[in-house]
Structures are given as structure tokens and as C-alpha cells.
Design a protein around this ligand. Structure first.
Ligand code: UTP
Length: 296
């Protein structure tokens, strides 16, 4: 069965970024001039998934506006002759078929995915977290689809992290069956380095068979009273194989202040128009005395 739909959960509170996220979704934070969520939508489009289901909340309206057609702005850019910008903003709103559904209460990532069930229906679908950007030469969703097409089962993208960092991620334990492919035996959410069964961390890209919905419906609230997606995957593993594909990509977690700053810096260093001046600035900053806390 072809994968035609992606679910992007974007309803979370973003508490790690308060007060900035009181009225502005963290998924709309700019990575220089492009909001985080646009990177994820572009990733879906380049894997030929144009039906993008956003699971949103009451303070997430800017996301809807962003993917809408803004005829006034288009007219303005046309009149100014800013054709590159015009093409850019026209493309993203015309290629995507956005569907918005509300998660009325923020009951966790697992719950957010379950909210999308009436729109997804009984077919395989992708889940891409709204605050994780993946930079890879190959489209990782396409690679996940290849694995799904071979085995007909759910696939989770993982990447290698330093042992000391495992406690920031969901970690899998799996049997290696061929190059970069595993069958998952277990998953542990944010283990201590000593207790981690591997250093393979979940990226934030999943491809599920619709059976995940059955499991989400019977998943009891876990950590923080939230319905955890990892708990539902554990239940799924009891019934059918779940595969992992190891990717060799750069994964950016823009949902934490440090991760966000690192993302902006990294993307700026990859841009012709910013790279040189930024390197100069960073060199100056590091060779002079580093500002003290509270002096900025
Ligand atoms: P996070 O746990 O990173 O987001 O969830 P959060 O809850 O907004 O962050 P903090 O901890 O309060 O700072 C990963 C993704 O899942 C979405 C978030 O919007 C984010 O994109 N999410 C999370 C939901 O859609 N609903 C939820 O109930 C929880």
C-alpha cells in the first residue's frame, strides 16, 4: 500500500521556550528565514507526500496562515519584482494539501497521533515530529518507505548518539538483520547511560501501519500523565514486527534552547550569504573575553 499521508504533531505547549511560546508556536521559530515546520513539510513533499495532517492546538494558528495562499503578499512581491521570494512563498502553499485537526487537550505525543486517526483511516502513514529537522543527502522518509515496501510493517528511523547523550532520547534495542536495518525488540525512553541497551536513538520520523491506532487506544498514561508514543510502539511489537532503519544524518532538535541555537548556527554556516561574516564574528567572540551571564 502506498504511503500518502503524513501526520505532523504540533500541538505541544513548548514549555521549554516560554514565554516565547505563549502565543507563537515553537514550530514557527525561524531558522534564519524559514520556519522549522517548513523544513519538515518540504521533507514530506520531496518524498511525494502532499497530504499533511497537522495536529494543532489553540495557540497554533500561525502554522495555518503560513501554509495558506497570501494573495496580497504575492501581488506585492510581483510588483517589486522580487521573483525568487515570490516563487518560494507560492510553491510551498500550492504543493501541500494541508489538513488541520485539533488536539483539544495536550495529553502527549501518542494522543496527538491518535487524534489524526479519522483523517488517516486504515492505511500506513508517516509521523514526523514538528520540531525535529533532519539534514541528509537522501530523503529519510523515502528510505523508510523502501523498508516498508519490502516488509509491510512499521519502520522507525534511528541514529547513533554518544553514550553520554542517550538520556535525551528514546533508545531502541534490536536485532541487526542487514546493513542499517534492525528488528526492534524493545524501546526505552530516556535511559541512563549505564542502563541503555544501545546508542541507537529515535529520530522523530516514524512510518506506522494503522495497527498503531489500536495500540494507542489501550496505552495507559505514562510519564507526566501523557500517552506516550513509545509505550504504544512497545505494545505493537508484541503483535507484529517493527523495523528500525539507521540513518547517517544530522538531526536537529529545535525544541530546546540549545538545540535551536545550534540549528540556526549550523544552517547559517552552510549559507553563502552568511558563512564568512558569521565565522569572523564567532572567531572574534571566542578570542575576546566571553560575555558574563547577565551582561548582555
Ligand atoms: P515535545 O515534547 O518536544 O513538545 O513533543 P512539547 O510538549 O511542546 O515541549 P515542552 O516539553 O513543553 O517544551 C514533540 C512534538 O510533539 C508535539 C509537539 O508540538 C512537538 O512538535 N506534541 C507534544 C503534540 O502535538 N501534542 C502533545 O500533547 C505533546
Amino acid at each position: 500500500m502506498v504511503v500518502r499521508k503524513a501526520v505532523l504533531p504540533v500541538a505541544g505547549w513548548g514549555t521549554r521556550f516560554l514565554p516565547a511560546t505563549k502565543a507563537m508556536p515553537k514550530e514557527m521559530f525561524p531558522i534564519i528565514d524559514k520556519p522549522v515546520i517548513q523544513f519538515i513539510v518540504e521533507e514530506c513533499l520531496s518524498a511525494n507526500i502532499e497530504n499533511v495532517i497537522f495536529v494543532t492546538g489553540r495557540h497554533k494558528r500561525p502554522i495555518e496562515h503560513h501554509f495558506d495562499i497570501n494573495t496580497d503578499l504575492e501581488k506585492h512581491l510581483e510588483q517589486c519584482g522580487k521573483t525568487d521570494l515570490l516563487r518560494n512563498i507560492m510553491e510551498i502553499s500550492r504543493l501541500i494539501n494541508p489538513i488541520y485537526i485539533r488536539q483539544k487537550e495536550q495529553l502527549g505525543l501518542g494522543h496527538a497521533v491518535l487524534v489524526a486517526e479519522p483523517v488517516v483511516g486504515y492505511e500506513p502513514f508517516v509521523v514526523a515530529l514538528g520540531d525535529i529537522i533532519v539534514r541528509d543527502n537522501k530523503n529519510i522518509l523515502e528510505r523508510m518507505m523502501e523498508v516498508y515496501n519490502r516488509f509491510g510493517k512499521s519502520v522507525i528511523a534511528v541514529f547513533e548518539v554518544d553514550r553520554k547523550d542517550v538520556s535525551k532520547y528514546g533508545i531502541i534495542y534490536g536485532r541487526h538483520i542487514e546493513k542499517d536495518i534492525y528488528i526492534i525488540d524493545d524501546l526505552i525512553e530516556k535511559p541512563k547511560p549505564k542502563e541503555a541497551p544501545s546508542n541507537l536513538a529515535i529520530v522523530g520520523r516514524y512510518l506506522f501501519t494503522p495497527r498503531i491506532f489500536e495500540k494507542l487506544k489501550v496505552t495507559p498514561p505514562g510519564k507526566g500523565g501523557e500517552i506516550q508514543l513509545t509505550d504504544a510502539i512497545k505494545l505493537l511489537i508484541e503483535d507484529e514486527a517493527v523495523y528500525a532503519i539507521k540513518i547517517d544524518a544530522k538531526v536537529y532538535d529545535t525544541g530546546t534552547p540549545l538545540g535551536y541555537i545550534q540549528t540556526v548556527l549550523d544552517f547559517a554556516l552552510h549559507r553563502d550569504d552568511l558563512r564568512e561574516d558569521l565565522i569572523l564574528y564567532l572567531k572574534q567572540l571566542l578570542s575576546s573575553s566571553i560575555p558574563q551571564i547577565d551582561t548582555v
